[in-house]
Ligand binder design. Structure first.
Ligand code: SF4
Length: 338
């Protein structure tokens, strides 16, 4: 674990590069709480070339390259994932000191045993896969475009991963709301029975949040004191008295003390080549801070990126953990001082 100062220095260092890549912003699911608008589809070949050219240009000066696949549903563009990771593999052969790491946030519909094996072989060895509870709860919310349920196939795919001899880590992210909360005690038991002794799987309980989706007003988020008490009970049921490990909200891994959006060396590449800071507030007017060009050069507007990185300079924990909180105030302050 890095000391706090080292975390901040690393967040600005050009020896490290973190890319959250959205190979498509389309999705085959329509989860009731989703905040994405699916307006952009597949990443164009020019943007994929831009990513590979950027990696090639930066590789000689890097100690680490971290790729987090996000979407939409990234496995709808498996060919893009494959293409980029074959490139990363070639770069690590040319630059043996370069440490490459990759994760994927996926709905796991297409993550069958063969695809999983191929991806882990390519170096994508950390996964975040969501459930909304046991089948009857999950299928009410985590639905396909045609409204049908998704639990049975995702569960089958996750169970199949246990048979892999490979090293990987899967975070089973469970959304908790006031409707499914009580059913989750039994669901956690089921997960423990299936995966309890396999350290490659872990449980992450996530309170359902309103992130700006069309159904936000109707989401049964936890709100009462009793909800809060039962959520704590559920945490203890899942993890005992051990503090659960920090898990990044979306798009891959990050330090417990600093969100990827607060770092100077972390970029989200949208499927149209726009560079953003945050995968939650995708359409926030201040989120787009630049553009990736096909030749691998990046154009970043410092005045747009700085408010996201303010925690690095202020040292304020809240601004490091989630710079989106209070961003509008920071922008207003910037405008006043400009
Ligand atoms: S799988 Fe993810 S991106 Fe797709 S609809 Fe559900 S929450 Fe949205």
């Amino acid at each position: 674990m890095l000391a706090p100062d080292e975390v901040l220095v690393r967040a600005l260092s050009n020896r490290h590069l973190e890319l959250t890549l959205m190979p498509t912003e389309a999705c085959n699911f329509r989860c009731t709480y989703c905040y994405e608008d699916f307006a952009l589809g597949r990443m164009s070949p020019g943007v994929v070339r831009g990513i590979k050219n950027l990696m090639t240009a930066r590789a000689p000066g890097l100690d680490s390259l971290s790729v987090a696949w996000f979407g939409g549903e990234p496995l709808l563009a498996l060919d893009v994932v494959r293409d980029v990771h074959e490139h990363v593999r070639a770069l690590t052969r040319t630059h043996p000191s370069l440490i490459a790491q990759a994760s994927m946030t996926t709905n796991a519909w297409k993550l069958d045993a063969a695809v999983f094996d191929e991806l882990v072989g390519l170096g994508v060895d950390e996964y975040q896969i969501s459930f909304d509870g046991p089948e009857e709860m999950h299928d009410r919310k985590r639905k396909r475009m045609d409204g049908k349920g998704t639990f049975a196939r995702i569960w089958r795919n996750v169970l199949a991963m246990r048979n892999s001899p490979r090293e990987f880590h899967v975070i089973l992210r469970i959304h908790v709301d006031s409707e499914n909360l009580e059913s989750l005690f039994g669901f956690v038991d089921r997960i423990k029975a299936e995966f309890g002794t396999d350290r490659r799987f872990s449980i992450f309980l996530k309170k359902l949040m309103r992130y700006g989706g069309a159904n936000d007003g109707e989401l049964p988020i936890l709100r009462t004191e009793e909800d809060a008490r039962r959520f704590d009970d559920l945490q203890r049921h899942a993890h005992g008295d051990t503090e659960p490990e920090h898990v990044r909200g979306a798009g891959g891994t990050s330090s417990p003390r600093i969100c990827y959006a607060a770092k100077g060396n972390s970029h989200v590449v949208r499927s149209d080549g726009r560079l953003c800071k945050c995968t939650v507030a995708l359409d926030h007017p201040a989120n787009t801070v630049g553009r990736l060009h096909e030749d691998g050069t990046v154009e970043i507007d410092g005045s747009r990126a700085r408010p996201w990185m303010r925690g690095i300079f202020s040292g304020i924990t809240a601004e490091l953990l989630c710079p989106l909180v209070g961003l509008d105030d920071a922008l207003a302050g910037d405008r006043k001082s400009a």
